[in-house]
Design a protein around this ligand. Structure first.
Ligand code: C2E
Ligand code: MG
Ligand code: MG
Ligand code: MG
Length: 289
């Protein structure tokens, strides 16, 4: 209390801290309950091959539909999960649910067997000593072919202890999963730094893709990222493709795949069968008569 600490300064500080702590504890409790009651689900956004127009993969995105507060975006609850440590359980839940759904999809439709699933992994989750073991457990439990699973890591995860990160990525790859660098360009790492890590592919952040046609500078950044990624042997996925112009420009830059509202938003697992029946064939080009 303020008396024990002595002085009015602490009274204000304590009151502020109490409110913050209480709000966080409420959110934590709500999140824990949401995880137990099934309010947290996974939605899937298609990743489309620019060469064929086929859906080749799905990104798993966590969704929280709160019975009273409605939709709570991951940008709000993922940080709370990170700070509280709930992310380990939440991350495992998302990975398990995604792998299960993909295995089912393969049973429903032979085309579904070819699809990969990309799952976001938070820093705290990745840094846990038993993370690799946990992934191995979920692969075994769900029976998914490991080569269909892609784990998305952001640059910030790699910064504190690069050697440890390299080791963990190698161990993950030894399980057969693919490892992807997400939101590339938003962190502080250069492509030469990224080269140290054995990634399979790179996702260009949507902040560059979103206005590449309006801002010449962004177009050049995307062009440079794609060219250098290819030199390093990485396939490129562009995120945030909202317009036909984005798609056309990316095809021209030889970007392999794209993801964004132009194709589809993330859909609930039940709608995946229907989603797979769609495709986005590239423009046929001028017809010769
Ligand atoms: P992210 O991994 O970069 O995921 C892509 C985000 O961009 C998703 O937002 C997606 O809905 C959004 N997006 C896709 N296409 C477009 C587009 O054309 N335009 C615009 N404006 N946005 C687009 P979402 O689902 O709100 O997720 C935000 C972030 O939250 C994700 O960014 C990821 O960092 C994190 N996240 C989501 N699910 C999980 C999860 O299960 N685990 C962890 N650790 N993080 C997650
Ligand atoms: Mg991602
Ligand atoms: Mg991303
Ligand atoms: Mg992003």
């Amino acid at each position: 209390s303020s008396k024990e600490h002595g002085g009015d300064h602490y009274t204000v500080f304590d009151a502020g801290m109490r409110v913050l702590t209480q709000r966080r504890m409420e959110m934590e409790l709500a999140l824990r309950q949401a995880m137990e009651s099934g309010e947290i689900t996974v939605h899937y956004q298609p990743i489309v091959s620019l060469a064929t127009g086929d859906v080749t993969g799905l990104e798993a995105l966590a969704r929280w539909q709160h019975p009273r507060q409605g939709f709570i975006p991951p940008s709000e609850f993922i940080p709370i999960a990170e700070e509280s440590g709930l992310i380990n359980e939440l991350g495992a839940l998302i990975l398990r649910q995604s792998c299960r759904r993909l295995v089912e999809l393969g049973r429903e439709n032979p085309e579904g067997e070819k699809l990969s699933v990309s799952v976001n992994i938070s820093g705290r989750q990745f840094k846990r000593p038993d993370f690799v073991q946990e992934v191995a457990g979920i692969l075994a439990e769900t029976g998914i072919d490991a080569s269909r699973v892609k784990l998305e890591l952001t640059e910030s995860v790699l910064m504190d202890d690069a050697d440890e990160a390299v080791r963990a990525i190698k161990n993950l790859k030894a399980l057969g999963v693919k490892v992807v660098i997400d939101d590339f360009g938003t962190g502080y790492s250069s492509l030469s730094y990224i080269q140290r890590f054995p990634f399979d592919s790179l996702k260009v952040d949507r902040s560059f893709v979103g206005n590449m046609n309006e801002a010449e500078q962004n177009m050049e950044i995307v062009r440079a990222i794609i060219a250098m990624a290819h030199k390093l042997g990485l396939e490129v996925v562009a995120e945030g493709v909202e317009l036909a112009e984005h798609k056309a420009a990316l095809s021209e830059l030889r970007c392999e795949s794209a993801q964004g509202f132009f194709f589809s938003r993330a859909v609930p697992g039940e709608e995946l069968g229907e989603l797979m029946r769609r495709n986005w064939k590239p423009d046929p080009g001028p017809t010769v008569s």
